[in-house]
Design a protein around this ligand. Sequence first.
Ligand code: KMH
Ligand code: ZN
Length: 311
Amino acid sequence: MAKNRKVIITCAVTGAIHTPTMSDALPYRPEDIARHAIDAAEAGAAVLHLHARNPVDGSVSIEPEDFARFLPTIKQSTNAVVNISTGGSLKTTIDDRIAPAKSASPEMCSLNMGSINFSFHPLAKKYSDWKFDWEKEYIENSDTYIFRNTFSDIAKVAHELGGDHNIKFEHECYDIGHLYNLKFCLNTGLFQPPIFIQFVLGILGGIGADLDNLVFMKRTADRLFGDDYQWSVLGAGRAQIPLATQALMMGGNVRVGLEDSLFYDRDELAVSNAQQVSKIRRIADELGYEIASPDDAREMLGLKGGDKVAF
Ligand code: KMH
Ligand code: ZN
């Protein structure tokens, strides 16, 4: 079958929401994060969105040295684009959050486009035997977390990571207002097109994971950004594959991975990140879309190149 456009698959490998109790598959040791990332790239992910974890107890880490435990292995084993999170902690300052990207200077990093409640506390009720002491309180207390991303925070990320580092942003937009925040920042010259928007649906605190909402976000982005943007969709939890499929059919790119959903199917946990990548790849293939290679993604997103990173 002749393929029409190329689709970038991003895989978000471990994140900062889920905890080891929730799935044996969730990687937190550096060697496991590296293996999952490399396998995901081999399965078809052109971009790897990465967080670090404490190697001993799996708690979330934004320490540059915890990233340094797996970044070189990933670089040696795959050509995939590395994207480092700047949203890896709901409890610290933006300076702490950008430290890993500042030291590794990857091709991409995440940039969250507004402040929201960001909660996963309903998950606490589902588990009773926790693997590690920190998990229960971390999940329960998330009803007190504000994910702070003020205009000043956004400008700091833009200046400190976009300038000399020339890192391209995955603009994570959790609600319609975040698209307007992005437009405002673009108008002030903070970012250069082509911009890359990640529509995030289904986080408690953001817009819900419904097709109507995705259409609304896409239509709003079209109005605000015209042809000067690339977009992708992340559906949280069980909405992951259905929303990614809808994104494919609407002309978008997709993000999967255990950061966003622990599931392979409605009632079945995923055994790996690569399994989710393979699934969306098969769907894309059946629908007639070609999978973008890492170099295709570099061209589509205007990235600086894998030889210009600092790890
Ligand atoms: N876990 C996603 C919903 C970031 O890394 O900057 C949000 C995320 C944030 O990916
Ligand atoms: Zn993330």
